[in-house]
Ligand binder design. Structure first.
Ligand SMILES: O=C(O)CCC(=O)C(=O)O
Ligand SMILES: [Fe+2]
Length: 352
């Protein structure tokens, strides 16, 4: 299994159960106490970069070079981009979205067969509660490890809706190969050897799928779907809801909404990529807001190194003009959960 690093006091109630009657959310969910500014977004001043993966995967042509430059610039300013030209059919992505939705639509008793427990990360549930003060997120989740393949815990892979498992088995290698392509082109964009990042990560990388379900919330001004955080992953690849926005990025101290682009994949850097790139690529702080009318569903896939691998700034990125910013880290994800629940950034602990 995947034991949690810190002592978990309890599991919180499923948000879906709280959302049924449209009652006022309990104060434990109030991210804002009503005294400060309510939760809102600022207008997006420049748009989030859109990168064509098709151009990046072709061999050197002038447009590949241009796209690599665009990628480097996107990752060193925003730390994220919308990926198009990824080669996955729109109908398959729709199927992935539909089965995710289908799972959360199942009766509660059916979903509870896959429930997480106090000492497991995997499964269906909600926030693991570490302290009484912890502010809870307005979302339910289904967490499943998809790699290493021989560690898939099929007994908690939902049997319904029909086709769920098959679709996740099919989606997993596709996302894995996109991540592998990204590691290569990210290295190339920094004039490094193609395997500079992937060789640090090892053969048996961990990949974790998180299906996020955000029910409508009667108090979007006070309650967040997911608290501000940066991902502890190397990269995260998200299939966003096609219709309902909710993801926001913290850019220059302002929260800006990520627009939905049907069938694009939203890619963001995690802290471990910020570390490996010696701070050149940014791991953006983001959050998810709620809305009172519509539910929202997303599927995030997190990519992490083989657990015994130590990762650190790539050699080619450390020099006289660019001092080493980070220590080497190992099992980085284990430390981040506690930082997150305390509202702190784990990457601070890796800084020299
Ligand atoms: O729901 C989303 O779009 C983003 C979710 C997220 O940030 C996460 O799962 O870490
Ligand atoms: Fe995230």
């Amino acid at each position: 299994g995947s034991p949690l690093p810190t002592k978990v006091v309890s599991l919180s109630k499923l948000v879906q159960e709280l959302a049924i009657n449209g009652d006022e959310p309990p104060p434990r969910y109030f991210f804002k106490d009503g005294k400060d500014e309510p939760i809102k977004a600022s207008p997006l001043l420049s748009s989030i970069p859109i990168i064509d993966l098709g151009l990046l995967s072709s061999s050197s042509s002038p447009s590949t070079k241009e796209e690599l430059e665009k990628l480097r610039s996107a990752l060193s300013t925003w730390g994220c981009f919308q990926a198009v030209g990824h080669g996955i059919s729109s109908s398959f992505l729709d199927e992935v979205h539909e089965i995710s939705k289908g799972f959360f639509k199942l009766p509660l008793e059916e979903k509870k067969k896959y429930s997480t427990t106090v000492d497991e990360l995997e499964g269906y549930g909600n926030d693991h509660v570490l302290t009484e003060e912890q502010i809870l997120d307005w979302s339910d989740r289904l967490f499943l490890f998809i790699y290493p393949e021989d560690q898939r815990k099929l007994k908690i892979w939902p049997e319904s809706p029909k086709g769920f498992r098959e679709i996740l088995h099919e989606y997993s290698p596709i996302i894995k190969s996109i991540a592998e392509l990204l590691f290569k082109v990210m290295a190339r964009s920094l004039n490094l050897e193609e395997n500079s990042f992937s060789s640090q990560l090892g053969e048996r990388v961990l990949m974790l799928a998180r299906f996020n379900y955000y029910p409508p919330c009667p108090r979007p001004d006070l309650v967040l779907g997911m608290k501000p955080h940066a991902d502890s992953s190397v990269v995260t690849i998200i299939l966003q809801d096609k219709e309902v926005e909710g993801l926001q990025l913290l850019i220059d101290d302002q929260w800006v909404t990520v627009p939905t682009i049907p069938h694009a994949l939203f890619v963001n850097m995690g802290d471990q990529m910020e570390i490996m790139s010696n701070g050149i690529f940014k791991s953006p702080v983001h959050r998810v807001v709620t809305n009172s009318e519509r539910e929202r569903i997303s599927l995030a896939v997190f990519h992490a190194p083989e657990p015994e691998k130590e990762i650190g700034p790539a050699d080619g990125l450390v020099g006289e003009e660019r001092p080493r910013l980070f220590k080497k880290v190992k099992k980085y994800t284990d430390i981040t959960f506690e930082y997150f629940q305390r509202g702190m950034r784990a990457i601070e602990s890796a800084k020299i």
